[in-house]
Design a protein around this ligand. Structure first.
Ligand code: ADP
Ligand code: MG
Length: 861
């Protein structure tokens, strides 16, 4: 379905399109429901927890790419039936791409932004996958077609650039060698506005050439200097086409820039309190994306006539570079990509709100033309005049040496200028072509190698970056590691990879892998320490988290489908080796298709965090932080007074190795902290490169590896209250269970019905019918005698504990005094409770619920 909204004549509003993709594997596994519907250019989203209030938004275009499609023989996704509602790549290009192309040819700047959460389909729309080419490659095809078609009327020059903004640093994706630490600089000039200094601009004259450059760029993006796993969810990719058209007849030059921006994932970082403050102090998770939001909001306010003092373009690299695209001289299109699934509701609605603001922005696009050609003509005419005067001077034979000299100087100067204007492009193109031929040769060679040798293929969390690195294992012995010093070494980067990490041996068409001392190598989920033969499609993890698929000799390959070995597959396999299966989280009788969606979410969180935890541990080790991270699946049900056992959540346990201090971090907190750790780690590496420069030790409240000590919930025990309803005394030895089912301690507790003055009631006071309590006064005492076998204190003696509990409807929990350094501490606590008037609610509570006794761990003394 392609629906076109009403045109607004005379105004250059940012055009906004929304597109909803098919369910992905995770969403299908979880039995997700589609909460998006479309009619014409209106999109409606349903809050899954509230069937009352669907929200509708109207955009310029709405693309239904969720259902109603099939895959044709060439792998293209097309509508199931002709004229079906499915919007394929072609129809998106027709609406958005054509316009951009047309604009650019007319001399306008044009900008296309893809916005949306990670995995929502930004890159699919922008770049595309395989035969389903996205906007950029199709635009490129059509651009060169148009150039050829218009050859007679104008001469065209196209320059291509590709860059990445990661953490406010600009990386040139077209130049491998000269990567300066800290990235390229963004400068400002009166005429040009903001630009990236020294960015490589490659002159191009064909679409295949641009495609090769993009392939090259993606490869650099994947293997960039950062020691982390490349991940487009936090970086923006910018592709810039500069188009220069010289109309010789009209003596006019038109110049236009096409900016194509695949933005970082828009997902919100949900943090609050002190964590949010800490992030503000460091770098914001994605300053560029936040600032883009602020700029868009400000511009949207301007458009509706609100008074806006300041538009914060200068606050981030991305907004500096997009200044003319936003509220300036450009025709701009935003495509907002959406997941259809109910579990993504929060993100999707936030994307729609963002897109709605963007829709209001008004630009003032003008044709960028300059009379360059006229200048050439004028220079030529002037030279003709100069020559005439020279010859006249000669004829007249007057002594005019000075004048002759001056005329000759002018003549040369002008000629040089003309030549500069005319030949620069030719030269550029020649050089670029030579360069490109080399690259092309490399790529052809790579294709040949793939047909001859086994190789390993990078598998990345981001599908767009998967499979771009191929490392060939030819016959003989090959070192693999950071080092590239010998001709027999294969160089790989990555966290936890050693100079010499492992050895590949390829003999008699068999390939073996041997890890070298102290290095981590995992094959199909299991760590190996000895020479291991590899089979076609084995999964390798080198160091903390560099994942590769092994591709055997061509004879072993057959027609198998490799696509199922994606990043999730690697991580699930690893989790399985640790004993974490999807079905082990659930009731063992459950069939996968009936899996509880919340457990699925926990499982996917687990496999998502697992590699991040491995990376955090490696960083901690290298930076000598002395802390260790471990993933835990926590049973939330522990604090449920009904004892329900359903909800689970992921936490990260952080332990300091020296004094065994422990922190428990939520998922969100860990993800944020990991980002700050990466920043610290990269700074550290940059400083190491600059040699020496000792740093002042980091203040603890800024150190992402550290936190102030807090009491830790170790576990809980349930003391059922039912006996109180009958006024029967109860004495129990309660097992205090930790979140993973461990026995943390035994707690001796009593519930004693008593008189208002605290005298224990006897057998005569036992009730046959609890309803007799209704409306009457109830007194009882909770006695906590002793804790035995405290695991927490056994592990480290500098610790203590405290018991916390909350009775019925009391707001504040009560705590026993802290007891320290003792594995079997006496508590000797007696608490008297009184209800002057026993209500139905209280009685029901006594009959059905338990008092949750929480065991809190104290540390630091
Ligand atoms: P993003 O760039 O937003 O993180 P991607 O574009 O990489 O997300 O999409 C994630 C996955 O969803 C990819 O495997 C991609 O093939 C698939 N996908 C996205 N949009 C579509 C679509 N319109 N049709 C089919 N598959 C899609
Ligand atoms: Mg992407």
């Amino acid at each position: 379905m392609r629906a076109k909204g009403a045109e607004m004549p005379g105004k250059d509003c940012v055009k906004v399109a929304v597109r909803v993709r098919p369910f992905n594997k995770r969403e299908r596994d979880a039995g997700s429901h589609c909460i998006i519907s479309m009619a014409s250019s209106t999109i409606t989203i349903q809050d899954p927890r509230n069937s009352q209030s669907p929200r509708s938004f109207c955009f310029d275009y709405a693309y239904w790419s969720h259902s109603g499609f099939t895959r044709d023989r060439s792998g293209l996704y097309v509508p199931e039936e002709p004229g079906g509602r499915y919007a394929d790549q072609g129809s998106v290009f027709q609406d958005l791409g054509e316009g951009i192309l047309e604009n650019a040819l007319q001399g306008y700047n044009a900008t296309l932004l893809a916005y949306g959460q990670t995995g929502s389909g930004k890159s699919y729309s922008m770049v595309g996958y395989g035969p389903n080419k996205g906007l950029v490659p199709t635009l490129c095809d059509r651009l060169f077609q148009a150039i050829r078609a218009n050859q007679d009327s104008r001469q065209c020059q196209v320059f291509f650039s590709m860059l990445e903004i990661y953490n406010e640093q600009v990386v040139d994706l077209l130049s491998r060698g000269s990567r300066s630490p800290g990235g390229l600089r963004v400068r400002e000039e009166q005429q040009r506005g903001f630009y990236v200094e020294g960015l490589r601009r490659v002159p191009c004259d064909s679409a295949p050439q641009v495609e090769q450059l993009m392939e090259q760029g993606t490869r650099i993006r994947t293997t960039a200097t950062t020691h982390m796993n490349a991940n487009s969810s936090r970086s923006h990719m910018l592709i810039i086409f500069q188009l220069k058209q010289i109309f010789s007849k009209e003596s006019i030059t038109k110049q236009s820039n096409i900016n194509l921006v695949d933005l970082a994932g828009s997902e919100r970082q949900r943090v609050s309190g002190s964590e949010a403050d800490r992030l503000k102090e460091g770098t914001a998770i994605n300053l560029s994306l936040t600032t883009l939001g602020n700029v868009i909001s400000a511009l949207a306010d301007v458009a509706v006539g609100k008074k806006v003092v300041h538009i914060p373009y200068r606050d981030s690299v991305l907004t500096k570079l997009l200044q003319s695209a936003l509220g300036g001289n450009s025709r701009t299109v935003m495509i907002a990509a959406l997941s259809p699934a109910d579990i993504c509701y929060e993100e999707s609605i936030s994307t729609l709100r963002y897109a709605e603001r963007a829709k209001r922005i008004q630009n003032r696009a003008v044709v960028n033309e300059s009379p360059t050609e006229r200048l050439v003509k004028e220079l030529k005419a002037e030279n003709a005049r100069l020559l005439q005067r020279l010859s006249r001077l000669g004829q007249e034979g007057r002594r005019a040496e000075d004048e002759t000299k001056e005329l000759r100087r002018l003549l040369t100067h002008n000629e040089l200028q003309i030549r500069a204007i005319q030949t620069l492009w030719e030269q550029h193109l020649q050089e670029a072509l030579k360069d490109w031929e080399q690259q092309y040769a490399t790529i052809t060679q790579e294709r040949r190698m793939m047909q001859m040798h086994p190789y390993i293929l990078n598998i990345n969390e981001d599908t767009q970056l998967s499979g771009v690195v191929k490392l060939f294992i030819q016959e003989g012995e090959w070192d693999i590691g950071l080092s590239d010093s010998s001709p027999r070494s294969i160089s790989v980067r990555g966290l936890g990879i050693q100079e010499r990490h492992a050895v590949f041996i390829n003999v008699q068409r068999r390939v073996y892998l041997t890890p070298l001392a102290g290095s981590k190598v995992i094959v199909n989920g299991t760590p190996i320490s000895q020479k291991t033969e590899l089979q076609h499609l084995d999964r390798l993890i080198l160091g903390s988290n560099s994942t590769y698929l092994f591709i055997g000799y061509p004879s072993e390959r057959g027609g198998d489908d490799w696509s199922r070995y994606d990043y999730d597959y690697f991580q699930s396999e690893l989790a399985a080796a640790e004993g974490i299966h999807l079905h082990s989280l659930c009731d063992s009788s459950a069939v996968p298709s009936q899996t509880d969606p919340s457990l699925l979410a926990v499982f996917y969180d687990y496999i998502k965090l697992m590699p991040m935890v491995a990376e955090a541990n490696q960083m901690s080790q290298e930076l000598h932080k002395g802390v260790e991270f471990k993933l835990e699946i926590k049973n939330l049900a522990l604090s449920d007074s009904k004892g329900h056992d359903l909800e689970k959540d992921i936490t990260v346990r952080v332990t300091s190795l020296e004094n065994k201090q422990v922190w428990l971090w939520s998922k969100a907190k860990f993800v944020n902290r990991k980002f700050l750790m990466e920043e610290l780690y990269q700074q550290h590496h940059m400083e190491q490169k600059r040699e020496g420069a000792a740093r002042a030790p980091m203040p603890r409240d800024r150190d992402p590896f550290w936190d102030p000590l807090e009491p830790l919930l170790l576990g809980s025990a349930h003391l059922w209250l039912q006996s109180l309803a009958f006024r029967i005394a109860l004495e129990e030895q309660l097992e205090v269970l930790g979140s993973e089912g461990t026995e943390e301690a035994i707690l001796q507790a009593q519930l004693l019905p008593c008189s208002p003055t605290g005298l224990t009631l006897g057998e005569d006071d036992i009730l046959i019918d609890p309803s007799e309590l209704l409306g009457r006064r109830l007194d009882f005492q909770l006695v906590l005698d002793q804790c035995c076998g405290l695991r927490w204190v056994k592990q480290a003696r500098n610790r203590g504990v405290q018991i916390g509990f909350r009775m019925f409807d009391s707001a504040q929990p009560l705590y026993t005094p802290a007891v320290w350094h003792n594995v079997n501490p006496l508590l000797d606590q007696r608490v008297h409770f009184t209800s002057l008037h026993t209500s139905q609610g209280l009685l029901e509570h006594l009959q059905t619920s338990a008092l949750v006794l929480e065991l809190w761990g104290l540390q630091g003394k």
